[in-house]
Design a protein around this ligand. Sequence first.
Ligand code: NAP
Length: 296
Amino acid sequence: MADIIDGKAFAARLRGKIADHVARLQEVHNLTPGLAVILIGEDPASEVYVRNKGRQTVEVGMNSFEHKLPADVSQAEVFALVDRLNADPDVHGILCQFPVPAHLSERDIVARIDPAKDVDGLSVINAGRLASGQQAIISCTPLGCLMLLRDRLGDLSGKHAVILGRSNLVGKPMAQLLLRDSCTVTIAHSRTRNIDEVTRQADIVVAAVGRPEMVKGSWLKPGATVIDVGINRIAGEDGKSRLVGDVDFKDISNVASAVTPVPGGVGPMTIACLLANTVTAACRARGLSDPEGLTA
Ligand code: NAP
C-alpha cells in the first residue's frame, strides 16, 4: 500500500514554525507581518476560504485585514483599495480572492498589486522572476507541493517529474520549481498524446487538471510518488456529494509508493504557504534575510 503524505500534519507543523518566526520578528524587530484579503461579492465558497485565511493568519500571530467589496464595485474602486494597501506599511501581503465578478479583470487586479506584496505569487513579475532564477514570491500551491516532495524524497535532483496541467496557477510554476531542483520535467496537458505512457516514465507525478480520478494505477511506474492537487466535488453513491482528487486514490494505492490524499493533502498546504509568503514578504520589506524553512 502506498504511504499517505499527510499534508494536514505537515501544514500544522509549518504553521507552528511560522508562529515562532512571527514571535521572533515581533520581539527582535518590532515587526508584525500583516495580510490583507480582498473579497468581492458574496460567493459562499469564497467567504469560507477568506474566513479560514483570516482565522489562520491571526492564529500564527499576524495581523489580518479583511476588505469586503460589493459585487457591483468598479475596477477603479478596486484599484483605489489596492493602491492604499500597496502604500500601507502595516500590510506586507495582499491577496484578492478569485473568482471576481465578470465585469472585473483578475489579471489587471493582480498586476496592480505591488509585486513585493503579491503573496499569491501570481503576478507576471513574480512568475518571470521564478522562471529566470531570481528571488520571487512563489505561488502558494506549487510551493506547498514542493515542500511535501522534498520532505518525502529529500534531494529531487535527476528525478523525472511529470506535471499534468499547465495553468499559470499550478502547472507552470510547479514545473519551474522542479526544474530549479534539477528534476527532468515533462508538462502534459489536454492535447498530450498517450498521456498514460508519459506518466509511466515518471518518478514523480503532480496532477493538477481538475478531472475527477483521471489518473489510474496503470498510468504509473511502480514506486512513483504522486501529488494530487485536484479538488473535485462529485456525487457519492449515497447521493451526498464528496471531494475527490485528480487521482483515483484506490486504484493507484497498490502501485505508487506515496500519495497525497484529497482532502488533507495539498489543500492545507496552500493556506500555510500563503502565511509563510507573508512572513517572507515582511522580512524582505525590512531588509532582513528570508525566514529559514518558509520558502524554497
Ligand atoms: P485549470 O486552470 O483549469 O488548468 C487545468 C489544466 O489541466 C490545463 O492545463 C488543462 O490543459 C489540463 N487538462 C484538463 N483536462 C485534461 C485532460 N483530460 N488531460 C490532460 N490535461 C488536462 O486548473 P488549475 O487552476 O490548474 O487547477 C487544477 C486543479 O487543482 C483543480 O481541480 C483545482 O480545483 C485544483 N486546485 C487545488 C488547489 C489546492 O489548494 N489544493 C489550488 C489550486 C487548484 P489545457 O491547458 O490544454 O486546457
